[in-house]
Design a protein around this ligand. Sequence first.
Ligand code: ADP
Ligand code: ZN
Ligand code: ZN
Length: 732
Amino acid sequence: MSFIRVALDVPLPTLFDYRAAAATRDDIGARVLVPFGKTIAVGVIIELASTTSLPPQRVRSVLSILRDVPPLPADVLSLFKFCSEYYHHPLGAVVLNALPTRLRQRHALEGEEAAHHYRLTAAGLAVDAKTLPRRATIKLELLRLLRAAKAGIDEATLRAVAPRAMAALKTMTEQGWVERVARTREPLQSGAAALRVAPGPALTGEQLIAVATLRNADAGFAPWLLHGVTGSGKTEVYLQLLADTLARGKQALLLVPEINLTPQLEALVRMRFPDTPLVALHSGLNESERLHNWLAAQSGAAGIVLGTRLAVFTPLPGLGLIIVDEEQDASFKQTDGLRYSARDLALWRAKQRAIPIVLGSATPALETFYKALNGSYRMLALTRRVNAMPPVIECIDTRHEPLIDGMSQALLNALRITLKHGEQSLVFINRRGFAPVLMCPSCGWTSGCGRCSAKLVLHLQDQRLRCHHCGHQERIPTACPQCGNQDLKPLGQGTQRIENALARIFPAARILRIDRDSTRRKDSWQEMRRQIHAQEVDILVGTQILAKGHDFPQLNLVGVVNADSSLYSTDLRASERLFARLTQVAGRAGRGASRGKVMIQTDFPAHALYQALRRDDYPAFARELLAERRQAGFPPFVYQAVLRAEASRLETALEFLLGAARDGAKMAGAVTIYDPVPAGMPRRAGLERAQLTVQSRSRPALHAFLGAWRARLEPAAGRKVRWALDVDPLEL
Ligand code: ADP
Ligand code: ZN
Ligand code: ZN
């Protein structure tokens, strides 16, 4: 063959042909350096070809085929192709986006850094630590670590010792104490004998049934919904399934919403499988760690890959099981660039590899629950908490009660009693900052963001007004910019205001605020979790960061402030999300010995959502929502895509969408095209935004339409409009 077709990271839906006489079939999936315009680009070989449609003089030659790491395997290339077709996104952008940054860069890897370990030489082993100066703390620590691991340690681990660890390591290498050695990648050992599994608790009856059902199922593709109420022990079921998979010598992919929020899961899995190499893949890693972990997955050396959404693209030659925890979580869907759903791609991957996939949740996405009800997925239920009674959930009617900084007398009393018993409480409010807006009572001015259709949030602690959408910030004005009034008022509550109020009302209580502001510093969240577990905290104030999968045994009271705003939102999924969030928060209460209590402040205590929540009855709530959706013709009964457009003027964006709608109408067929409308948030970071929804009862019809439509959008957009197609949008 004389040509290769290459995927490049450019926004064009084509592959690029190059001359490459030396390429063989084994190079499909390999990275290449090619000339592109006036630059050199990194691409991936997708196909070999004996001909090209380009005129011969225009075909350029490949510069080099990079063989430093193994080529991408065929199944991952098919996943990319599917992803590109399904999300109507250029293949090159899909492929390059999924690679670790280091593999996207021009200079080939030195091979070494990917596959090398550091270990002590004989001279290094002979060094007497006592002869080193006491202040050489980093060197001493490195020596200690390297002594303990005779086989060697990878760079990422050593780098984590201290900011200057690599410099110290370099000196030690020059001194002849340390050497870099090629790491041998042992393939996974198969057979249970080789694997130690630390003992876990005896399973509950429901867990036993779930595990046995999964074990006895036929081999091959099988999607399962593990619907387990909070605290029912879903993780233990995952661990059993992981053990089975590892015993068969296979790899498992465990996808989670945000690893940083749940570091204890990683620790738990490592502890249970002490001999199994586990790698994490998430955005918190630096580039060499990410590359290293990705290569360990690709080589088959990693038995377990624990990752966030981007991990769904990882090559896994021995893949035998996929688990998606909290499958309803919105963070599985990327909301810019390639707008993929990692959960949906995981399902596709499981099908392609003919393996089981387990979607776990206490409050599954309606799409998922619907599929479980109609039999496309099989359902496993854990209906009881393992160690505790479900919490008592009550609504506090706030219609006629005076609130103190947003909190009712009933909630404050409950906090006081919990405090007296020496137990922990949590006040949940899903808004950080002091108050969502600053207002002038005399003229009605409010603090708006100049670049967004959003209010600037008051952050008293650092004396700023901040936009949570575009990052803009400014000083708090001393007087109203409109009328000069000096008495500006914060309106509404945020975590900081609740924290202040609680400190005033309960001066002796130890209060800890947990939100994105207070956990920004690396490791601060870890330290906070330690404080909570060590009972150094009485009252927690926090956003949903706190709601996700944490086990705080002493937490007995949860108060929910300001939940109502989502009840009557125009967002199709607002109530589904609110139910999920409140279920998670409520699930924090009473995991220890005594029964927990949840108090929800609301103006609508009779609302069906709160009623279902009080009965802990997700299925009833979901059935009701499904009936509504069916009637209204919303997902999961129809399939949707949204065309989003941004421009400096709203009319420009709307005009483009209107043209697209007219153009689409000619070929719509079974697809309904709605009118263009300004986006839910019409202005963000200085750009006006509008959108156009298209939907159909038939997925193939929608995709046939999108394929043809998309090709015509490109030329129509011109330079003034930025647009994107969002398939299966979560937000409308
Ligand atoms: P979920 O993820 O379903 O909310 P978890 O997996 O976090 O629940 O389990 C809740 C708690 O119960 C955890 O502390 C876990 O260690 C414990 N647990 C789970 N299964 C068992 C069991 N079979 N015996 C005793 N404790 C268990
Ligand atoms: Zn004013
Ligand atoms: Zn803004």
